[in-house]
Write a protein that binds this ligand. Structure first.
Ligand code: GLN
Length: 193
């Protein structure tokens, strides 16, 4: 199974390491030719505004959009979740997203870098107890559309907000599952391929 990792910016190596540990064959995707050979795509954390610009300049935006339209499975973490969503509530004006999962996402929902934190999160469908989740300038989901399953939520101030969602072949997480040494969310993604 060849699993692409969008390698324009962000924590690419960490995702590739987790995928390889689970027996998948990670492929760094930098241009449309790289994308053509993969069965699925991971969109890592990083900075969604920068990634959006690099997606355009590399010619990957339309190539990824076309594969997503055809049903390519995708897993987006943090900035990757922002890119896969259907609406960015406080994005930059020139920022584009793929609309592969019908969620409205708010960037930097917990505040600035200093408000980054870790939490133990119950994720529906994961056996073996809560998962350690590293939130770094993390987004949250403020609206889920029809057919979107919420697998985990966390409190943002007084309100519980979804932080892991799935819709068909698309899985998104607001945090960094590749940084905490727990491969279960990647495993859940691979198990559906
Ligand atoms: N705040 C970043 C953004 O808007 C995401 C942070 C991350 O991926 N760790 O893209």
């Amino acid at each position: 199974m060849k699993v692409g990792v969008l390698a324009l910016q962000g924590d690419v190596t960490e995702h590739a390491t987790v995928l390889a540990g689970l027996g998948a064959h990670p492929v760094e995707v930098r241009d449309p030719a790289d994308l053509a050979g993969v069965d699925a795509l991971v969109l890592p954390g990083g900075e969604s505004t920068t990634m959006s610009l690099l997606l355009e300049s590399s010619g990957l935006h339309s190539a990824v959009a076309a594969r997503l339209d055809e049903g390519m499975p995708a897993f987006g973490t943090c900035a990757g979740m922002i890119l896969l969503g259907s609406e960015v509530l406080d994005g930059r004006r020139d920022q584009r997203c793929f609309g592969a999962i019908d969620v409205s996402v708010r960037r930097n929902a917990f505040g600035r870098q200093l408000q980054s934190f870790e939490a133990d999160l119950d994720v529906a469908g994961l056996e073996g107890g809560p998962m350690r989740a590293v939130f770094i300038r993390a987004p949250v989901v403020e609206r889920v559309g029809e057919g979107v399953e919420v697998l985990a939520s966390t409190a943002v101030g007084e309100v519980e907000r979804p932080v892991v969602c799935r819709s068909g072949p698309v899985l998104v997480a607001a945090f960094h599952p590749e940084l905490a040494g727990d491969p279960r969310l990647h495993q859940l993604f691979l198990s559906k391929l």
